[in-house]
Design a protein around this ligand. Sequence first.
Ligand SMILES: [Mg+2]
Length: 306
Amino acid sequence: MKEAYLLDMDGVIYREDHLIPGALDLIDAFRENGIPFLFLTNNSMPTPEDLVVKMRHLGVEGLSARHFYTSAMNTADFLRETYPESTAFVLGEGGLLAALKEAGIANDPIGPGFVIVGEGYPSLEKLNKAHGYLEKGARLVATNPDNWCPVEATKTRPGAGATAAYLEASTGRPAYYLGKPNAFMFSRACRRMLAHTTTDPGSYRVIMVGDTMETDIRGSVEMGLRAYLVLTGSSRLEDLSRYVYQPTRVLPSVKELAEEIRTGKPAECQLRHELPPPQPRRAGRHQTDIENYRGRYPRPPMTRGG
Ligand SMILES: [Mg+2]
């Protein structure tokens, strides 16, 4: 069976402003072997064209906008397919605004059908307006459920999930989250990636390569895709026993995958991740939400429900 790859970016291909060793080799291996690939990111701030430029600065030439699919594009696809006549009030940046414009979703500062929350830094004034639209009946949609996003190795920033949670708390209206791990993100990404292949899209085995259990791995498992976890980003090997869903494979980085594709031999350094037997957990389990919340420090999972 032929293979095609969906690739998360931050923590898989680059970290901060540096390419992760092996990333260029992997992309070259895909090109040399005619393997379809698509970069899949929950960051709704950049446009695909912005990402082409970012990758060029990192040393990866020859990519085009069609190699990228963002949660902003996924949100625009969702609205175009399900509510094509809808209007929106947007808390977000260029990537989201451009995707909605392309999808024909008009900005509406009077009576929007949707409040759309993306990555960015909305002012309290905009949050106040969004709150008012939601109270009048607008639906709340977020480009992705990430509560926080990595900035540097030891630094994070609030994500779209945190902004949506603010509005959920203030209005009592639950948000619908696009992006990973929503199956809508993976299904539309697969469709895009395989749209231009000459063979039957159903003849491909799709593999997702990611660094985050709650988004990359969870969504892949739920879509029935193969899920390769690399340890160059947010999830650590010792974290895996916390999750019900598990990756198909765990690899140290994309370097080993590039080598495997080039040589055709399975990587020897595949990491074993055997789950420890279940342990009764009475101590440390609190009876009230307040104590549970306190117990989640120092940091909650990247998305809720993970
Ligand atoms: Mg990542």
